[in-house]
Design a binder for this molecule. Structure first.
Ligand SMILES: Cc1cc2nc3c(=O)[nH]c(=O)nc-3n(C[C@H](O)[C@H](O)[C@H](O)COP(=O)(O)O)c2cc1C
Length: 201
């Protein structure tokens, strides 16, 4: 069975292009894997919490020394890490907001990036501990960033590839719906975006 974790981060609900693209990816994967289990997490809808100082401090307390309050603080991070560790495939809906990712998605990444749990430093430098996970990034932007002058202003795709790679997720495919704020590009189909990928097992 393939386990898919679908992370949504748009603030635009049903109008979201990245969410539509992410859902289309799920749909496409269903054709590939008949036995597939999908967990969907909508970070905006559930008001996913930003990482606070007390929670970050608790990251470094040995498990057996955690107070009940610290255990409580860690539950969001623990659950998010468990979900990502259990996934064979991770789909991240990534809208571009102010040239970067939404703060909700950054909050989720801050909660799952934990020394000794999802990454560690050894004699050869950093090592990501989330292994054997394939990721798809469903990116949506109002403008066009895949080519041309604005390419250097895209801090979504390089950042996501970097942080996922740091955590051990190096098999990453990125699909874009671009120009969602531009009348003549707006109507481009999700299918066209999906055609950017090779769909083989
Ligand atoms: C708060 C906010 C900031 C945005 N900043 C940018 C931006 O920097 N560059 C851009 O091309 N589009 C920007 N947009 C437009 C979005 O990238 C576009 O609407 C995209 O479709 C968002 O994905 P979504 O539909 O999944 O929410 C912004 C939209 C919002 C709501």
């Amino acid at each position: 069975m393939k386990r898919v974790l679908h992370i949504k981060s748009s603030i635009n609900g049903n109008e979201s292009y990245s969410a539509r693209l992410g859902c289309a990816l799920v749909h496409k994967l269903r054709n590939l894997y008949t036995d597939m289990y999908v967990v969907t997490k909508d970070l905006s809808e559930e008001d996913f919490p930003h990482l606070g100082g007390d929670t970050f401090a608790a990251f470094f307390v040995p498990k057996e020394e955690l107070t009940p309050d610290q255990e409580h603080l860690l539950r969001i991070s623990d659950k998010a890490i468990q979900q990502v560790m259990e996934a064979d495939i991770l789909i991240i809906d990534a809208p571009m907001y102010n040239f970067g990712i939404p703060s909700q998605l950054k909050a989720w990444l801050d909660q799952i990036s934990r020394a000794g749990v999802t990454f560690e430093y050894g004699k050869d430098g950093p090592k990501g501990l989330i292994q054997n996970t394939k990721a798809y990034i469903a990116m949506a932007s109002g403008g066009v960033y895949s080519e041309g002058a604005a390419k250097q202003m895209d801090f979504v795709s390089p950042y996501l590839r970097t942080i996922l790679g740091f955590l051990g997720i190096t098999d990453v495919d990125l699909v874009r719906v671009e120009g969602t704020a531009m009348k003549k590009l707006q109507k481009q189909s999700i299918e066209t975006a999906l055609d950017q990928l090779q769909w083989t097992d």
